[in-house]
Design a protein around this ligand. Structure first.
Ligand SMILES: [Ca+2]
Ligand SMILES: [Zn+2]
Ligand SMILES: [Zn+2]
Length: 311
């Protein structure tokens, strides 16, 4: 793209700041249907020219995903949800038909900051992001280390509007952040919309909650339709003091990175079930007991039951 074209697009966007949904390139106010088409294209891979992608069917798919009443029509419940603050990552992944999910093949990952939000002190941002990483490292074998080198696995950036990838931010509200699935290049990277007011509490947008959600994508998780899950696409403030990762997310991340494997390997060496301490974590393994064709393992981490039939 020529620099001139880029500057022209930027000028159009800046001129459109008053419009809540600036993805459109005309000055006409968006009708609900136009807005819904944009929404479905971005989040549900709706292709208006496609053979099977009937608009009504896509609305139904969206309503099913969010557990709304499935009417296929643009009722107020559906329109309201489309306009709430949320993550910019699609709800239905483009690579859904490919076998397997992208995940990191090493347990020690590095991250670096490109910049910091002016909304909070630098040390507060560092501490919040570290806490957001801890949410995931607490329940997996993953470990995260902040580095300054350019080739960090996860690159964290605060940006306005166009910022070098095909997913420009949209000004204050609606899209808050996005992240890329594990991989090289931009894989794992997290971008926050600097037009949001980032905060440590319910005034503004909680940087901790959004960061923890986005890092879920960085590690390979998709969106969940469980509205209590951290990986639910829409933002809801919950108290972040002593934050505990919801069960849906624990299950999700442990289906990708199973702490149990290294634990069981060690126990198999010893040839018997038992207890193992790793850092502050206490693993307990009993079994197997036989249930039909299945071998059941009774496993707890810090006295929380985790997985039973893992083989
Ligand atoms: Ca935004
Ligand atoms: Zn998301
Ligand atoms: Zn981006």
């Amino acid at each position: 793209m020529h620099v001139g074209t880029f500057a022209a697009i930027l000028a159009i966007l800046v001129g459109n700041i008053a419009h809540p949904v600036p993805r459109d390139d005309t000055n006409a106010p968006l009708t609900d249907e136009r807005r819904a088409v944009d929404f479905l294209k971005h989040y549900f891979h709706y292709n208006p020219q496609g053979m099977k992608n009937d608009f009504e069917e896509k609305i139904k798919e969206m309503q099913r995903f969010f557990r709304l009443s499935v009417t296929g029509s643009l009722n107020s419940e559906t329109i309201n949800l489309m306009e709430k603050p949320r993550c910019g990552v699609p709800d239905v992944a483009a690579f859904q038909l490919l076998p397997g999910k992208p995940k990191w093949t090493k347990n020690e990952l590095t991250y670096r900051f490109v910049n910091y939000t002016p909304d909070l002190p630098v040390n507060t941002v560092k501490r919040i992001i570290q806490r957001a990483f801890n949410v995931w490292s607490d329940v997996t074998p993953l470990e995260f280390r902040r580095v300054n080198s350019r080739n960090a696995d996860i690159v964290i950036q605060f940006a306005y509007r166009y910022h070098g990838d095909p997913f420009p931010f949209d000004g204050k509200g609606n899209v808050l952040a996005h992240a890329f699935a594990p991989g090289s290049g931009t894989g794992g990277d997290v971008h926050f919309d600097e037009d949001e007011k980032w905060s440590t509490n319910e005034l503004g947008i909680s940087l901790f909650l959004v960061a923890a959600h986005e890092l879920g994508h960085s590690l390979g998780l998709d969106h969940s339709s469980d509205s209590s899950a951290l990986m639910y696409p829409y933002y809801t403030y919950v108290n972040t003091i002593n934050y505990s990762l919801p069960y849906d997310d624990v299950q999700g991340i442990q289906s990708l990175y199973v702490m149990i494997w290294s634990f069981l390997e060690k126990l198999h060496f010893k040839g018997s079930p038992g207890t193992l301490e790793k850092g502050n974590d206490v693993f307990d393994w009993h079994g197997p007991t036989i249930n039909g064709q299945e071998l059941l393992y009774d496993i707890t981490i810090n006295e929380t039951a985790l997985i039973q039939n893992i083989f």
